[in-house]
Design a protein around this ligand. Structure first.
Ligand SMILES: Cc1cc2nc3c(=O)[nH]c(=O)nc-3n(C[C@H](O)[C@H](O)[C@H](O)COP(=O)(O)O)c2cc1C
Length: 477
């Protein structure tokens, strides 16, 4: 009895002290106004992100990805059926024009693949790359992603026969160990291919190209989440291994310049592309975010006048793209969305007669078959996704990528959290997700009367205007 009384007194005393602290402190209005109970607000704020994955919001209301799209990826990755019952919950912005007589199962064909780079003539690569899948993995650095995540993606990509891009953080042993075809990205800090002064090194380029798995190089001008800003890897995530791969000090913020210092105009861009291709023998692409349209005409005119300057592909990232860390102003407001950017680049490429020479890769929340098929219809040769594949690894959209404390281990640095991500099991999910996307894009193609998705063009898709989209488009805004 005495113990109980002492316990109650201690609890009451503790509560009293918290109450006194709350009403006397001046930092938090909520606590002053609502002592004790106000703490629940901070608790919810701190832990709310981790609870997102339980259904507190309507299926279509979550951002950046709604529950419907995320569930589609989760179920595909797990190999669970994602047939819908009762009706559609989606309010689509576009619809595919189905054919009156769709393709029969026995008439279906596989995607024939497309070659990136040319074997002869000015701007030729020693080793053009024949890509067999139109859906591949977009660049996310080792550092932004954990070692286990990179390994799982590489293994899954190998199983699915798709490529994976490194992101700007350089080539790690985890990329290579999984066996995937690799696109080596060269960001503005040139991590992984730089000399002691931070300049592009031909020797380092040759060293990276000596791995047969490295099939292409990609010069990153910008990514959708932060055009005009370089990569940001907080010091807490710069381990000894990551520092060694990047060639930077351990534990310090890894901030890339906001532009390639040696690429300040179209001619310098062309010369850079030509140099990387000549030294490595690999096709070279350029990743951009579409902004000012005049740039495209100037760039493509230069490619026509100087064919050695011509990139083998352009990766167009929408302003809605993801990131490990970015200023909100850039993530929210800078860069055109992919729905505007892709048609703009497709049209400019056609104007200069480069449709056969330069392949287009599209990204920006294209994580489900409908959006992938839309991009193919609009003129993309390939689609890549970053966050779709993160979801396949188990990401719950906790929005903690920059902190190192990702609860699912995908972007964690805490070894305990990383250990929770079993690379072998997750690689199977990566494969299943990629395969399901390809399978369902093909279903849309067959419904449109095409034997395979390589026949998609703009006539197969139509925009749905808000308010006139029929019952399917009503209700959910
Ligand atoms: C965690 C994370 C890290 C990323 N790192 C890079 C990078 O190093 N280089 C790059 O060009 N893009 C990077 N991106 C952007 C993606 O490659 C991609 O362009 C963008 O997220 C759009 O694709 P998504 O909507 O399918 O995610 C990153 C994205 C995420 C989510």
């Amino acid at each position: 009895m005495l113990t109980l009384i002492i316990l109650l007194v201690l609890i009451a005393g503790g509560i009293g002290l918290i109450y006194r602290h709350d009403i006397t402190q001046t930092d938090h209005t909520i606590l002053r106004n609502y002592p004790l109970v106000g703490h629940f607000r901070y608790f919810a704020e701190t832990w709310g992100d981790y609870m997102r994955q339980y259904q507190y919001l309507p299926n279509w209301a979550e951002r950046p990805f709604n529950r419907l799209d995320r569930s589609w990826v989760y179920r595909s990755a797990k190999g669970v059926s994602n047939l819908v019952s009762f009706g559609s919950e989606t309010a689509p912005a576009f619809a595919f024009r189905n054919a009156p007589f769709p393709i029969l199962d026995e008439e279906k064909k596989g995607f024939p693949g497309k070659t990136i780079g040319i074997a002869e003539g000015p701007g030729a690569s020693a080793l053009p790359y024949h890509a067999t899948s139109y859906f591949n993995i977009s660049g996310m650095s080792y550092g932004a992603l954990s070692s286990a995540a990179v390994l799982a993606l590489s293994r899954g990509a190998k199983q699915a026969g798709i490529w994976m891009a490194t992101g700007e953080g350089g080539l790690s042993r985890y990329h290579l160990e999984g066996g995937a075809d690799i696109v080596m990205q060269i960001g503005t800090a040139k991590y992984g291919v730089r000399d002691a002064d931070g300049n592009l090194s031909d020797d380092r380029l040759r060293e990276v190209a000596s791995h047969p798995q490295v099939r292409m190089f990609e010069v990153k001008l910008a990514q959708g989440a932060k055009p005009g800003k370089g990569g940001i890897l907080p010091g807490a995530k710069v381990s000894a291994e990551i520092a060694a791969i990047r060639g930077i000090p351990e534990g310090q913020d890894s901030i890339s310049p906001n532009r390639h210092r040696d690429i300040g105009n179209v001619a310098e861009l062309g010369a850079f592309v030509n140099r990387v291709r000549s030294v490595t023998g690999r096709p070279v692409g350029v990743k951009i975010v579409a902004g000012q349209p005049e740039f495209l005409d100037e760039w493509f005119a230069d490619c026509v006048a100087n064919p050695t300057h011509c990139p083998d592909y352009i990766a167009v990232d929408g302003g809605e793209g993801g990131t490990g860390a970015a200023p909100a102003a850039l993530a929210d407001y800078v860069g055109m969305p992919i729905t505007q950017a892709l048609p703009l680049v497709v049209a400019a490429r056609a104007r200069h007669g480069l449709a056969e020479r330069i392949r287009l890769i599209s990204s920006g929340k294209l994580i489900t078959p409908d959006k992938v098929a839309w991009a193919l219809c609009m003129g993309a040769d390939f689609v890549v996704s970053a966050r779709g594949f993160m979801f396949s690894l188990g990401c719950i959209q906790a929005m903690k990528c920059g902190s190192g404390f990702c609860p699912t281990g995908v972007t964690a640095v805490d070894p305990k959290l990383i250990a929770g991500l079993a690379a072998t099991d997750k690689s199977v999910r990566v494969r299943r997700y990629a395969e399901r996307v390809v399978e369902e894009v093909a279903i849309i193609a067959h419904s449109c009367g095409l034997e395979d998705p390589s026949g998609f063009n703009a006539s197969h898709v139509t925009q749905i205007e808000r308010g006139v989209g029929g019952f399917r488009n009503s209700g959910v805004g």
